[in-house]
Ligand binder design. Sequence first.
Ligand code: GLU
Length: 489
Amino acid sequence: MEKLVRVRFAPSPTGYLHVGGLRTALYNYLFAKHNGGKFILRIEDTDQSRKVEGAVENLIATLEWAGIHYDEGPNREGNHGPYVQSERLKLYHQHAIQLVERGKAYYCFCTQERLEEIRQKQSAAKLQPSYDQHCRDLPKDEAERRNAAGEKHVVRMKVPLGGELTFEDIIRGKVTFSYSVLDDQVILKSDGFPTYHLAVVVDDHLMEITHVIRGEEWLSSTPKHVLLYQFFGWELPKFAHLPLLLNPDKSKLSKRQGDVAVEDYRAKGYLKEAIINFVAFLGWNPGDEREIFLLDELVKEFSLERVGKSGAVFNIEKLNWLNAQHLRKKPIAELLGMVKEYLSPSVGLVQSSLSNKHFDDAYVLQIIGAMRERALFVKDLIENCPYFFEPPTEYDPAIVKKRWKEQTPDHMRKLIEEFKLLEGPKKEDYEAALHRVAGALGVSNGELIHALRLAVSGMGIGPGLYDIVFILGKEETIRRISAAIERLK
Ligand code: GLU
């Protein structure tokens, strides 16, 4: 029988969720769900110097916001906990000792000064810095004695002295490393904390992880892990190393060229659907032309076989485009909720004068309907059309110059008269009325349309004019035309 798929996302809590981290989490999640398996969140906090207050909570909140729910992890205990490495120190210690007893690892008593000395010698000789294996062949009883006497030490793994190691990667195929490039890596530090290499192997084994899916930057650590599996006599998980994320100039994705924290994109108003869709395509594609995917659609389609090897470029234009697409796809009721949140005083993103006003749902729904085809962000549904919320007090001077001529006030008065005659007008009724007036005046429809748009909105751009007029309603439209005639003398 096939083993139940178990995968993990194992971030170090550095304070925020990096876009690359979101991609790793997403691919693990998609792979688990596609295969009916489990997605585990494990917090790798053994580097206590990098600890950041609130980082774990923040990370979990961001994953949950994005809809990437974990099956086991902190606050969601399964049978393989605890899921925070700093709560598992005993396990790492036991396993390190086990390797020492089997002759696969050794105590190293070298002082910092000695290590520094060899490092300097190596760098002067232009050699790759590595441990000189000074303690590797200490007689067992001497090592035990010094250990028992409380002498400060670390535990190092005994990397074979010659030959090479090969493992399979689902994305990269056969990967081979020569042992000569692997240091006698420290696995347990003098403070009793494990290094990443030991902790990750012990945990992946004990948590019964079947597939290790992570960023390419961990590829060079994998031979050390494979070796540790061999030392312990454990079955290897399958490995899949995801391609690097690149800036448009092909350099490694960095903070310098833009935001890398998922929270920043969230704060800017990107929809989680767009972010997930975008991140899914950073290294994967469905093999055809389709580009718009929701999370559950990605679950159906995802496979590691369709993940590429070459670096994936982070293209913000693509994200913007996807945001607009998902904005159009979103159920209108959901958008209503989001728009109302923007209008609420607690969010205060809109001019405070609006925050106190009440707009009924039917009204806001009409605005969303008119605006959503031309909006990139939810906030655009409000901020690009202030005239739906307050009458214009200013008129775009360039448009005034172009569209408001000497004869325009007269034309507008005629329009008012014609509009007054309309009863319960629909969109088409305003249009027909305007055409009648234009005909009677012997001017083009366009001339009236532009002037009317300016009068009711103060602007030269926006959704269809008759949509605006219909949403504002007859009384308000007439009021605004009169006000414009007064003000634009
Ligand atoms: N703790 C590592 C990180 O911060 C995890 C690497 C791995 O998945 O093995 O990304």
